[in-house]
Design a protein around this ligand. Structure first.
Ligand code: PAF
Length: 288
């Protein structure tokens, strides 16, 4: 497995590989099964699969969170190779943000200001959009793969790519889940055994909402209350639980068409997010 650290070396390696199509999996390292499912999806679609490993400082609003972010490049490289990646791009901060760097890619409006933007500060998505734009420019991939767990990130990246005319297909892959349903996240490693058990209330709450919807309850307020009751029973600190339009992320009053239920909680100070696509019964019937 080849590891390159500069954009120049990356472009050389891509040129050497010929033009069989390139798939990029952007990551911040600390790879887990969720990332590996993205690598496998890229492997199925493309001749050359590149995994980027870069802990992007501009998307962290908390220096302690950035410092605590797990880093183990050797392990990441091994895991990326085991899932079928051909190349790891692992630049340092100066390579991506050289002296005098003064450009920010900003996606405006409710898709960046609500939910994660409101909780982490809208600069979070400036950091994400800027680094993803830089990676897409450096690699020029045919497709780039993102996990559906970070639903808002996918919406923001799709908007950015459409607005800037970047010719990369953005692929959102299903959330990978642990036994019990907890969404896989690099942050799960920070959960104590008791926090991990309590965190299982997150997928339970999402299932509760799906269940109520399947029994005909379409009022978003009532559905949210059903989910919140599950989270409160385990004393999770809820940052938000919302039912929103899957594209614009505006809050919906009722689920009369496909909607996204998004949730963010803290468990013993570990921040976890998750979501589920809600499809009302009549829309499901129409699909059949
Ligand atoms: O989802 C992530 O790991 C990061 O936000 C990304 C897309 C790699 C950008 O740093």
């Amino acid at each position: 497995m080849r590891v390159v650290r500069t954009v120049a070396a990356l472009r050389e390696a891509i040129a050497e590989a010929g033009d069989g199509g390139v798939g990029l999996v952007p990551t911040m390292g600390a790879l887990h099964e969720g990332h590996l499912s993205l690598v496998r999806a890229a492997r199925q679609d493309h001749e050359l699969v590149i995994v980027s490993v870069f802990v992007n400082p501009t998307q962290f609003n908390d220096a302690a969170d950035l410092d605590a972010y797990p880093r183990d490049e050797a392990r990441d490289v091994e895991l990326a190779a085991s899932a079928g990646a051909d190349l790891v791009f692992a630049p340092n901060v100066a390579e991506m943000y050289p002296q005098g760097f003064a450009t920010t890619v900003r996606v405006t409006g409710s898709i960046t200001h609500r939910l994660e933007g409101a909780m982490r500060g809208s600069a979070h998505f400036d950091g994400v959009a800027t680094i993803v734009a830089k990676l897409l420019i450096a690699v020029s991939p045919d497709s780039a793969y993102f996990g559906a767990k970070d639903a808002q990130q996918v919406v923001v990246v799709r908007r950015m790519v459409a607005d800037l005319g970047i010719p990369t297909r953005i692929v959102s892959c299903p959330t990978s889940r642990e036994e019990g349903g907890l969404a896989r996240s690099s942050r799960n490693a920070r959960l104590s055994p008791s926090a991990r058990t309590r965190a299982l209330a997150i997928p339970r709450a999402l299932r509760e909402i799906e269940g109520a919807l399947s029994h005909g309850e379409m009022d978003a307020g009532v559905l949210k209350e059903r989910g919140l009751a599950v989270l409160r029973a385990d004393e999770l600190e809820v940052e938000y639980l919302e039912i929103v339009d899957p594209d614009g992320l505006e809050a919906l009053a009722s689920v009369t068409r496909p909607a996204l239920c998004v949730v963010a909680v803290r468990v013993e100070n570990v921040r976890l997010i998750d979501n589920v696509l809600l499809t009302p019964a009549h829309a499901l019937a129409a699909e059949r």
